[in-house]
Design a protein around this ligand. Structure first.
Ligand SMILES: [Zn+2]
Length: 453
């Protein structure tokens, strides 16, 4: 299903060199493109009429209609002759005349020739007048030419549109058009969020000049994914183990297929950041960089900026990771995602993990799951990493190294994160573990037997 949302755009355009483009210059360029769009559409209609006339004459002589490719030929730059469909023929004949981006130009061309074909009967019957396009044409923008960005710090959405071809970029000395989006209500914000999250996919849209308001509007078209409507199995559980080396490790009980999101990117980022942070702290301490005399806050400013960088990185990382997890759940028909309740699991962990907000990852998973109708169930994490998912045996020695899981009872060997996710994927696993412990005669003592996370 495709829908449209009307977005008011505010000038935030810079030229190729990064200098701000004045509103008047921007408008002038876009108005030129409107004229080009109109001219192109009317040219298409003229060419269509010409071909229609030729077809009729041809029919009278040959009692059959001509095939486009047999008659529409043009010489290419290298001297070879190429045959074309009518649309292709028009494109090759006129596209160089315009500054419109080629993809958008194609969309406009196809729209006009399509309109000609669908209205031809009515026109011939006299029910409709011959098509002619007036001024203030909307500019077609194809999917590839629309980029949606979100700036977390200012809570602002930006839309970048590619509207010019190479000649146009040179002529106007402007690159892409970057607009700030005015978000006037929550439903618009939700739509933008979902487009940004790729829950909705953006499709070919139109840029429209509103004379009365003196402003550009983007009629942004977006569509729902087909999988969005897929009914999920309400009893199928995806177990998710959260950690540092694998921020997300997910599997379904008894199934080998798994989703492992590696934390390499995260650890590499941490090392980079910590090195930089230490260097800056030293620098700030000796005050040798001109920031002296402005108080502690000013001197520590670069270090604080690093915190922003970490927050941004975490936000993006968690965003992508949670999206992958939901996609995996949907792909596997899982109506339930089971997570560990990680409140208070910061005791034995290293510094970065402490700062690494699992809460943020969990809430992102929750939000995305909710949108998709997936239930999130929390279980107590105790012993999920020490329990054998094959035989249920619980022992400290089952988890000898960070990566390994080796059951001391049945000998089952696997990756620790996979085994843990297999446990977490079992319904009421915390109650089962409790019963198993009682059977083994181990009293649950959180302080002594706290599993490493
Ligand atoms: Zn076992």
């Amino acid at each position: 299903m495709t829908k449209v949302v009307k977005l008011a755009l505010i000038n935030n355009v810079t030229d190729k060199n990064g200098n701000k483009v004045e509103y008047y210059d921007l408008n002038k360029c876009l108005w030129d493109l409107q004229k080009e769009t109109r001219d192109l559409k009317n040219t298409v209609i003229r060419e269509c009429w010409e071909w229609y006339g030729f077809s009729n004459d041809y029919y009278k002589l040959n009692e059959e209609y001509p095939a486009e490719r047999d008659h529409l030929k043009r010489e290419k730059a290298n001297g070879t002759i190429k045959d074309y469909s009518l649309d292709g023929f028009i494109y090759s004949k006129y596209s160089k005349k315009y500054k419109l981006h080629s993809g958008n130009l194609c969309t406009t061309l196809r729209t006009a020739s399509g309109a000609f074909r669908t209205s031809l009967k009515d026109i011939l019957r006299g029910d409709k007048s011959v098509l002619s396009y007036k001024a203030d044409q909307p500019l077609d923008v194809q999917k590839k030419c629309i980029v949606l960005e979100y700036d977390k710090d200012t809570n602002t959405y930006y839309i970048t549109l590619t509207l010019l071809n190479k000649t146009g970029v040179k002529f106007y000395d402007i690159g892409d058009f970057r607009f700030k989006v005015t978000v006037k209500d929550n439903s618009t914000r939700t739509i933008l969020e979902r487009c940004y999250d790729e829950i909705y996919s953006i499709s070919a849209s139109k840029l429209i000049w509103n004379k009365k308001k003196g402003q550009w509007f983007l009629n942004l078209c977006y569509s729902f994914d087909k999988t969005e409507t897929k009914e999920l199995d309400k009893n199928k559980i995806l177990g998710v183990n959260l950690g540092v080396y694998y921020p997300i490790y997910a599997s379904i009980s008894g199934e080998k297929d798994r989703l492992a999101i590696s934390g390499d990117e995260l650890i590499e980022f941490r090392n980079r950041i910590e090195a930089r942070r230490n260097a800056l702290k030293k620098q700030a301490a000796v005050c040798g960089d001109g920031r002296i005399g402005h108080g502690y806050k000013t001197r520590m400013k670069p270090v604080l900026n690093i915190s922003d960088k970490i927050a941004n990185f975490r936000d993006t990382f968690n965003h992508k990771a949670s999206r992958k997890l939901i996609d995996f759940a949907v792909k596997n028909d899982c109506g339930i995602i089971q997570l560990e309740n990680l409140k208070g699991v910061t005791k034995d962990t290293e510094g970065f993990l402490k700062n690494w907000s699992f809460y943020d990852l969990q809430s992102k998973i929750e939000n995305k799951a909710k949108e998709r109708g997936i239930k999130v169930v929390y279980i107590e994490p105790a012993y999920t990493s020490l329990r054998c998912s094959k035989c249920g045996y619980i022992h400290k020695d089952n988890h000898p190294t960070r990566e390994q899981f080796i059951c001391q009872e049945c000998g089952y060997r696997t990756l620790h994160d996979y085994n843990a996710s297999q446990n977490i994927a079992v319904k009421d696993i915390d109650k089962i573990i409790k019963a198993e412990l009682e059977k083994m005669g181990i009293k649950k003592n959180k302080d002594e037997e706290k599993p490493e996370k």
